[in-house]
Design a protein around this ligand. Structure first.
Ligand code: TLP
Length: 345
């Protein structure tokens, strides 16, 4: 029986084309800047998002951390969302490793941070206050349901921040999902901001890695931080080769995952035991709660699903996340719907 793993798009396996590219990749010592495949990936990534330079990093978490440590110094402050991945799930690295403070602001339901909330969080020039240095956005926004922000919002935040001498970083772990969902060039989302991290190892299926992109000077600083944090890899071209396939072959097809997420949501919304978050899924993930009359909690329901070969993410006592990706097809979607139907009768 095929295991249908909807816990995350991080579970994606590399494609056969990736394995072939990895086997053949020319490599060198990337800490010396001598890995031709890493250099090619960094150039390709920077060109795609319209930045001068890129830096291959082991994970999205390290990409965000390096970006924030490169933008900020000790005692500086970052305005970020209370439900941001950086705030919730990155170990507080900006504080523990960077002595950087955060001003946490509630996002709107769609994952944006309202401009007036950013404005209210900017500190006055006063010895009592940390110095506001950076605004951090997330696009798509994971905990807000995989929601995306449009080019106009990214431009508005960029303009607002730059007018006040602040910089903007985007945790764009799934920025290509955001671009494909809106049918816009990703540059329309990344152009207005100073730096972006995106992940190769989520919906784009590469086995490892993310790329941080920004200006040449910013990436030079980021390269120092990557080494400092132990993220300088040697013959990393073997990994970067898969990332090149991700960018060349796996971006446009993300639309299939979005369509399948909508179909799955449509079918599950017919099940009275499930309460889906309102609105159709914006990209490749959907969140739902068990209705009050279901005796089991989310963990018990997930165990029952596991027995039927379906893995889901438990994100609360009665809440789940289901993430669509390359390795899930229409038949799998049908199996998920019927497994939930059997369990929640
Ligand atoms: N997200 C993972 C978990 O950590 C929750 C997931 O399964 O969705 N930014 C965003 C928006 C993310 O969703 C993630 C991973 C990261 C950063 C971190 O990426 P990695 O796992 O490569 O460090």
């Amino acid at each position: 029986m095929k295991i249908i793993d909807l816990r995350s798009d991080t579970v994606t396996q590399p494609t056969p084309a990736m394995r072939e590219a990895m086997a053949k990749a020319p490599v060198g010592d990337d800490v010396y800047g001598e890995d031709p495949t890493v250099n090619a990936l960094e150039e390709l990534a920077a060109a795609k998002v319209g930045k001068e330079a890129g830096l291959f990093v082991p994970s999205g978490t390290m990409g965000n951390l390096i970006a924030m440590l490169s933008h900020c110094g000790r005692g500086d402050e970052i305005i970020l969302g209370k439900r941001a991945h950086t705030f919730l799930y990155e170990g507080g690295g900006i504080s523990t490793l960077g002595s950087v403070h955060s001003a946490q602001v509630w996002e709107q339901a769609d994952g944006s941070i309202a401009l007036e909330d950013i404005e209210a969080a900017v500190r006055p020039d006063d010895v009592h206050a940390p110095r506001t240095r950076l605004v951090a956005l997330e696009n798509t926004h994971n905990r807000c349901g995989g929601t995306f922000q449009p080019p106009a919002y990214m431009a508005a935040v960029g303009e607002f921040a730059h007018a006040r001498g602040l910089r903007v970083h985007v945790d764009g772990a799934r920025i290509f999902n955001a671009a494909v969902a809106q049918n816009v060039d990703v540059k329309a989302l990344t152009g207005p901001v100073d730096s972006v991290t995106f992940c190769l190892s989520k919906g784009l299926c590469a086995p490892v890695g993310s790329v941080l992109c920004g200006s040449r000077a910013f990436i030079a600083e980021a390269r120092r931080w990557r080494k400092h944090l132990g993220g300088g890899m040697r013959q990393a071209g073997i990994l970067a080769a898969a990332g090149i396939v991700s960018l060349n072959e796996m971006v446009e097809r993300l639309a299939e995952d979005h369509a399948r997420a909508r179909r799955l949501a449509g079918a599950l919304s017919m099940n009275p035991k499930l309460v889906l978050d309102s609105g159709s899924p914006a990209t490749n993930m959907l969140f739902m709660n068990l209705s009050n009359d279901v005796g089991m909690d989310a963990a018990q329901t997930a165990d029952a699903l596991r027995e039927r070969g379906v893995l889901v993410g438990v994100t609360g006592a009665r809440r789940f996340r289901l993430v669509l990706h390359y390795w899930i097809d229409d038949k799998d979607v049908e199996r998920v719907v019927s497994a939930l139907g059997d369990i929640l009768t």
